[in-house]
Design a protein around this ligand. Structure first.
Ligand code: AMP
Ligand code: GLY
Length: 442
């Protein structure tokens, strides 16, 4: 460090990483801020390095050459592949767990084992490496049931089977068609759970935790949660269903025991622990753990964060003390994902995007780029499925939604699709008399 400014590398190139970059820039201590590979939105704000998020050796070489003080890893794949370990071995600070902690996301069987050992509430599940045994179990259990590939499958390895036929087909995908490759060498069959889904992300520094505000993510492509699963079509925060008491319960019954169990196993987790929860009639249950910030939850969380994100990530990366609570802007945030034609089955590239310049932070809306690209003559075009997130901030859900959708209405590209109901239920709750700021923990 030449001064007390910190040079930061953010690994990844989605809207989550764009939101991380924006929040880090607000810190008085930020020095150089670089995205690898970044995207055109990050490039407009900061600088980017043309290194893929999964090119571990090139990332390590870059950190060494540029003497990066802090590396913040957005996506899971480089964490599971050991990027954080490689950097820590060389003495560099990293926000993101080593491969041992990243197994919480990289292996659903491992995550189950940790939850069972820690007494964390989760759906009942059994693990199989043999198609015949899995089918025999299915005959016993019946449908609905959830079939999950153990390993990373680019967000596609979970099949919620409503019927026996769907469950049989899912097992065929895993064991015979091998659609998920080695990720489905081991397969979990999990009890089907019903309820409201909530994401609770915590910054973890060894045995210390800083839980963030609860958020909700919309996984299906169409309004009313219809159509196929996607990488996430929108999010909002905070979540009316999570009052102070439930929030405390989630921290005490899920986050603390999980982190304690990791510690008991000698895992020094320094990063974001993401608990995907189902609020069932029998209490909250963990659906999954991720070892990183959620996308699109981050695009709704970070615009409301008033604490210095850089200080929090820097402390966690070095195993230092975290504050007991983060500070949040009052009110709500709603993030709407704009996707390209054909998503999620396919996606379209090269469609010209216009209108982004009409979205201004002064109007309470912000745009985070994901799959965008710049052509040689400087046009902004689509470059994949989830193209942008537009986040609206407001004192109420109604205001945050209105601002997000006013922003969305400014943006045009051929075949554009978005959901029109992001945050709607929170707004309805508010209309019935709920107050985001007063009743939510954060
Ligand atoms: P996951 O990647 O484990 O979060 O699964 C993706 C999505 O599948 C979740 O967000 C849920 O909507 C759904 N899901 C996962 N596990 C279950 C379960 N046990 N019961 C019902 N739905 C589930
Ligand atoms: N929002 C789901 C995820 O980040 O995995």
């Amino acid at each position: 460090m030449a001064s007390d400014r910190l040079d930061v590398l953010v690994v990844g190139g989605g809207a989550r990483e764009h939101a991380l970059v924006r929040a880090l820039r607000k810190s008085p201590r930020i020095g150089r801020l670089i995205g690898a590979p970044g995207n055109p939105g990050i490039e407009d704000d900061e600088v980017t390095a043309a290194i893929g998020a999964e090119d571990i050796s090139a990332l390590v070489a870059f950190v060494e050459r540029e003497k990066i003080d802090l590396t913040v890893v957005g996506p899971e794949a480089p964490l599971v592949a050991g990027l954080a370990d490689r950097l820590r071995d060389r003495g560099f600070a990293v926000f993101g767990p080593g491969a041992d902690g990243a197994r919480l996301e990289g292996s659903k069987a491992f995550a189950k084992e940790v939850m069972q050992a820690a007494g964390v509430p989760t759906g009942q599940a059994a693990t199989f490496t043999d198609h015949r045994q899995a089918r025999a179990y299915l005959q016993e259990q019946g449908a609905p049931v959830v079939v999950k590939a153990d390993g990373l499958a680019a967000g596609k390895g979970v099949i919620v089977a409503q019927t026996m036929a769907e469950a049989e087909a899912a097992l065929l995908e895993c064991f015979v068609a091998r659609s998920f490759g080695d990720a489905a060498k081991t397969v979990l069959m999990e009890e089907y759970l019903e309820g409201e889904e909530v994401s609770l992300l915590s910054i973890v520094s060894g045995h210390q935790i800083l839980p963030l505000a609860p958020a909700q993510d919309y996984k299906r492509i169409l309004d009313g949660d219809a159509g196929p699963n996607t990488g996430g079509m929108g999010s909002y925060s905070p979540v009316p269903a999570v009052d102070e008491e439930l929030y405390e319960r989630l921290v005490q019954e899920v986050v603390r025991p999980t982190v304690a169990e990791l510690e008991r196993r000698g895992i020094d987790f320094r990063g974001c622990l993401y608990a995907g929860l189902m609020l069932t009639g029998n209490g909250p249950k963990v659906l999954e753990f991720n070892c990183r910030f959620g996308d699109p939850e981050t695009q709704a969380l970070l615009p409301r964060l008033e604490s210095d994100l850089l200080e929090l990530l820097w402390a966690a990366a070095r195993g230092e003390a975290l504050p007991a609570r983060a500070e949040w802007r009052r009110g709500a945030a709603v993030g709407v994902v704009m996707a390209s034609r054909g998503y999620p089955a396919s996606s379209s590239k090269g469609d010209v995007i216009t209108g982004l310049d009409r979205i201004r932070e002064a109007d309470g809306a912000e745009v985070f780029h994901a799959a965008t690209a710049r052509t040689a003559d400087g046009l902004l075009v689509t470059a994949g499925g989830r193209v942008l997130t537009v986040t609206g901030l407001g004192d109420t859900f109604a205001e945050a939604r209105a601002r997000a959708y006013a922003g969305v209405a400014q943006v045009r590209f051929e075949g554009e699709q978005h959901r029109s109901d992001i945050g709607r239920r929170a707004e309805e709750w508010e209309k019935r008399g709920g107050t985001a700021a007063a009743e939510s923990p954060a």
